[in-house]
Design a protein around this ligand. Sequence first.
Ligand SMILES: *Cc1c(COP(=O)(O)O)cnc(C)c1O
Length: 231
Amino acid sequence: MEERVRFYENRLRELEAAAGRPEGSVRLMAVTKTVPPEKVNAALRAGAALVGENRVQELMAKKNQYNCAKSQIHFIGHLQTNKIRDIMNSVSCVQSVDSLRLARALSAAAEKAGVRMDCLLEVNIGMEESKSGFSPEGVLGAAREIAAMPFLTLRGLMTVQPAAASAGHDDRYFRRMQALYLSLKEASLPGAQVDTLSMGMTGDFEEAVRCGATIVRIGRGLFGSRERQDG
Ligand SMILES: *Cc1c(COP(=O)(O)O)cnc(C)c1O
């Protein structure tokens, strides 16, 4: 595990340097679906900066065993509004805000819990029917509304690009995300604090960093394939 984390950290530093980006501008998130807590802790000990959880039930079952601060745990999966309350005090950021309805419910739950919740707007950059998220054209309008919600802090954008682009090392979607991210930054929306572009997974993190990602989300590359994880 230490070795895998070190591999990613070294590669991220190389990619940052090659892209002329400051050292440490990309953070490594360990994506922990199906991964037992002791393995997650090993990744944290080895230096992974963040933990990404996809499922509310799994998060609630594992979070007390994690040796990290709440500030290091982000929710990255599809979130049903009836499950929001459970995670309010367990994560510092919801990366997967995929509708205004969810954003409103999150803001209301944050108010009740007495917290301010960071969030990223999820973009369906390939306009795939199988994925949720805002259309690229809808991002700025939605961002304006979400930034104005009193108990949310909009920190940026998140995406999962189409699998074919990932397999083909085609970076057109990541380029489009980079452009959207820059225009969101330039919009300087009141209530927003835009500094996060979450994109890139095991199969495409190198292209993502070249296109400005500030968080890469790595599952299989750290923990092995999810089919073989019960051993
Ligand atoms: C599973 C998952 C990842 C990690 O994918 P790998 O290919 O295992 O690196 C990243 N982001 C999200 C939203 C995921 O669901």
